[in-house]
Structure formats: structure tokens, C-alpha cells
Ligand binder design. Structure first.
Ligand SMILES: [Fe+2]
Length: 292
């Protein structure tokens, strides 16, 4: 089987975080995640390091208004836009200055935007400073939602994300064996997930992650956090879905941010796998972060 989704090949390029104190939040990412700060014309702030970049703006505190995925070339982007239009989606103007003309956005059922486009060379200049930053490629973004069914329909059926893993909780008092989905992991490349969603009592950001090359990189980032007296919030551990090594810290607005390594790659014909909703699925090594 070959994956035929027109989204296939799209990679997470950047996200936007809004804050009541963007100066403080951007200073956190500059220091904790070794990124250079650059003011943008619209008043927001670009943070960029080796393989990673994000935009921090002024807005509703602790919100993450969009995630931006890049295509490799204009032909794939055009094919994808035609696919969405044929499904009745009305593309909106792109909110990001980091993509070239032709980028567009769509809103999911929770109101968060997904942006698709091509890199704008103006912001893709790798200066010497950024080249020397430690590794850490922005790799996935995760949201929490109270509306898992419509969100799944949108991300799978409309946008074309490919489901990799489901997490299921046994329904209490249901002797017929009913189960409730509590998390879904989606891929848009062979990597286990580039996007995921967790069932929660509210729509909110969950976390985003930087992928590094090996366990020693995870150690080095943890040592770096230690020099800044930033305590690890969760981990180190190893996730069940994705099998990746990880730890998380909280940024100055409380967003969870992950360093990850060894994220597994999937074959095109791998079926959706199922995991039980328990601590061990979330962390094979120890305590889990249970969203519900
Ligand atoms: Fe993650």
C-alpha cells in the first residue's frame, strides 16, 4: 500500500505562541532553547535555531493560534489546496510572515488555524550564529480538545493526516466492552507523528517538541536546562506511542515543551495501532501525564 494523502510529505515548519508578555516568553526560548531573537515587521518576534523556529506575539495569554506546515514545492502545495477546495474548504489568508506568497490557512473545529505553504527565503537565511546552535528540529505539535470526534474528522478526512496510533480508555460500567478514544497520533511523513491530539475538558495547546539525534543530545539539553535552573517537568522517559525518549519543561507561560529522540519511523502499510489509556502508554519508564 502506498499512502495517497495529498498532505503526505508536509513537515511542521513553525508555530505561533501568543503571550501577554512576549518579551519575557521570547527571552525564555532564546535562553532555554538556544534561539536567536529577531523582531518582525508586524510586531511579533521570530525565534530561530538550528532546524527550529517559532513566532511569539502579543495576544490571549498562553494561546497557540496556528501551526504552519511546509510543502517541498509549489506543485504539491497547489495540489493540496485544490484537494481542500474540492472538499468545500475555503482557504483563508496565511497569518504567518515566514511563508511565501501563496500560503493559506484553514480553521479547525476548535478555531485553531493550520497554515500550509512554502518557505519564504527572506526568513530562511541561516546565519553563523544559528548554525552553531545545538541540534533540535521542530518536529511535532500537539493540542488538547474536548471535541475529539469532529477534530478527528477534520484532521483525517479533510486535511489528510494519517492516523498512526490510538489510545483507548475502557468505559466504566460498560460491560459490553465500550471504549473511549483519549488520544490520536497523526503522521504526514514516515515519522510516527507530526501532529497529535489529546481528549481534554477544554481546547488548549498541549505541547510542542524538538527532535534531537540521540540520547546524549537529550542529556546535553537537560544539562543546559540545569545551568539555567529550569527543572524538568516530566521525564526523562520513553513514550509508548512513538517509542521516543523525552523530557519536558514548562516555558514562562506554562506551555509544555519537549526534547525528543529516537522517534520511530513507520512503514506506509502499518495499520493504526491501539494503546491502553494508562500511565505506561504515556511513559514506559515511569509516571505518565494523564490529561483526562
Ligand atoms: Fe510529544
Amino acid at each position: 500500500m502506498t499512502i495517497t494523502s495529498p498532505l503526505w510529505g508536509a513537515e511542521l515548519d513553525h508555530i505561533r505562541l501568543d503571550s501577554a508578555d512576549p518579551a519575557k516568553l521570547s527571552a525564555f526560548y532564546r535562553d532555554a532553547f538556544a534561539m536567536a531573537r529577531q523582531p518582525l515587521a508586524d510586531g511579533s518576534i521570530l525565534l530561530r535555531g538550528a532546524g527550529r523556529r517559532l513566532i511569539i506575539g502579543t495576544g490571549a495569554a498562553s494561546s497557540q493560534p496556528y501551526s504552519a506546515f511546509r510543502f517541498a514545492d509549489q506543485a504539491r502545495l497547489a495540489t493540496y489546496k485544490a484537494h481542500l477546495t474540492a472538499r468545500g474548504v475555503n482557504p483563508m489568508p496565511s497569518p504567518t510572515p515566514l511563508f511565501a506568497d501563496g500560503a493559506f490557512a484553514v480553521a479547525d473545529p476548535d478555531g485553531r488555524q493550520m497554515v500550509f505553504g512554502l518557505i519564504n527565503d527572506t526568513y530562511d537565511v541561516e546565519d553563523e550564529t544559528v548554525g552553531r546552535h545545538p541540534p533540535g528540529r521542530l518536529q511535532h505539535v500537539v493540542v488538547a480538545t474536548a471535541n475529539l470526534a469532529p477534530m478527528m474528522a477534520f484532521y483525517e478526512d479533510t486535511l489528510g493526516f494519517v492516523a498512526t496510533d490510538h489510545v483507548l480508555r475502557d468505559d466504566e460500567d460498560d460491560h459490553a466492552g465500550g471504549q473511549t478514544l483519549t488520544a490520536v497520533f497523526y503522521r504526514s511523513t514516515p515519522e510516527h507523528h507530526s501532529f497529535a491530539m489529546f481528549l481534554s475538558d477544554d481546547a488548549r495547546p498541549d505541547h510542542h517538541a524538538y527532535e534531537v539525534s540521540c540520547w546524549n543530545d537529550v542529556r546535553d539539553w537537560a544539562d543546559h536546562m540545569a545551568t539555567l535552573e529550569i527543572k524538568l517537568w516530566w521525564g526523562p522517559g520513553r513514550h509508548g506511542p512513538g517509542n521516543n525518549l523525552f523530557f519536558m519543561v514548562e516555558d514562562s507561560d506554562g506551555h509544555k515543551v519537549e526534547i525528543s529522540a529516537e522517534l520511530e519511523n513507520m512503514a506506509d502499510d502499518d495499520p493504526v495501532r491501539q494503546w491502553p489509556h494508562n500511565e505506561r502508554s504515556l511513559n514506559l519508564w515511569g509516571p505518565g501525564w494523564m490529561r483526562v
